[in-house]
Design a protein around this ligand. Structure first.
Ligand SMILES: NC(=O)c1ccc[n+]([C@@H]2O[C@H](COP(=O)([O-])OP(=O)(O)OC[C@H]3O[C@@H](n4cnc5c(N)ncnc54)[C@H](OP(=O)(O)O)[C@@H]3O)[C@@H](O)[C@H]2O)c1
Length: 262
């Protein structure tokens, strides 16, 4: 973990998007390690189920990360539950594909509300409590999809690229203070988010494997945690050789054969 706090210390942790998928797997692993964990999502039932494993060390805080009012209320409730946060993981996320390049701004706004403004809101609410920690860590979950332009992922990929830039900027702004920011960029993980995907997902991992990779990266004090390497390295390479991506690979992936008229 960060400078003076050891991973073996018992930490005070807040995880958003903890009701399913990667967030739930992270919550379960961190609870099993004996930490005090606050778990958030919009749906209470799965959070209550996770809480049952350690009712005294787990608190449920239901909130909508994209909703300013919900998050303001969460800030107050957080302050009643703990006086410090050592680790915050902004994991809540959603995905809507833009089929047929409709450029439907309502869809883009929904995606950005959760994936981008959700991260901004989470940091804003958590910051005063992170400031009370000796070595606070703020983690946001982006996506390897932001490395190159994937067809249909205009809204999702852009929201994750925005998170990437946001974190870099926060990192620059906090370079004189002890706040560590970490960007997690997973590849394909088998969760409710990806179950509707109707395309092949290479190197699909399960949420437990993803959570282990994230926690290992945090222990190693990485500022970017990309996985699996089998996917992240080729994508990084393709980002550098964009003509290969756009001339050879993208034409095989896109479903658009002509532009809409009128
Ligand atoms: N699965 C992948 O292949 C993959 C790859 C790269 C990145 N990621 C990212 O990993 C993160 C976790 O996703 P996942 O795959 O684990 O999917 P998931 O199982 O669907 O988890 C997303 C969680 O976020 C919560 N959530 C969604 N919108 C919310 C909102 N407005 N406010 C609060 N909570 C909200 C959902 O719970 P409620 O609906 O109850 O609120 C859900 O528990 C996301 O940021 C996703 O973009 C996933």
């Amino acid at each position: 973990m960060a400078d003076s706090v050891q991973w073996t210390d018992k930490l005070s942790i807040w995880i958003t998007g903890a009701g399913s998928g990667i967030g739930a797997a992270l919550a379960r692993q961190l609870i099993a390690e004996g930490h005090f964990v606050i778990i958030s999502g919009r749906t209470r039932a799965p959070l209550l189920t996770i809480q049952q494993s350690a009712p005294k060390r787990v608190r449920v805080l239901d909130c909508d990360v994209g909703d300013d009012r919900s998050m303001a209320a969460s800030g107050e409730l957080l302050g009643e539950v703990t006086d410090q946060l050592d680790l915050v993981i902004a994991c809540a996320g959603t995905c809507e594909y833009d089929d047929g390049l409709t450029l439907d701004s309502a869809s883009y706004r929904r995606v950005f509300d959760t994936n981008f403004f959700g991260v901004v809101n989470t940091l804003r609410v958590a910051l005063p409590l992170l400031a009370s920690s000796r070595a606070p860590v703020f983690v946001a979950v982006g996506s390897l999809s932001s490395l190159v332009g994937f067809p249909r992922a205009e809204a999702y990929g852009a929201s994750k690229a925005a998170v990437d830039y946001f974190l870099q900027s926060v990192r620059a702004d906090t370079s004189l203070v002890p706040l560590r920011t970490v960007l997690v960029r997973p590849g394909f993980i088998d969760t409710p988010l990806t179950r509707a995907n109707d395309f092949e997902m290479p190197f699909l991992m399960n949420p437990e494997q993803a959570a282990r990779r994230i926690l290992r990266g945090l222990e190693k004090k990485k500022s970017i945690i990309d996985f699996p390497r089998r996917l992240s390295w080729p994508l990084r390479l393709l980002r550098c050789c964009s003509p290969v991506w756009f001339r050879l690979i993208a034409p095989r992936l896109t479903r658009i054969r002509h532009l809409r008229r009128g």
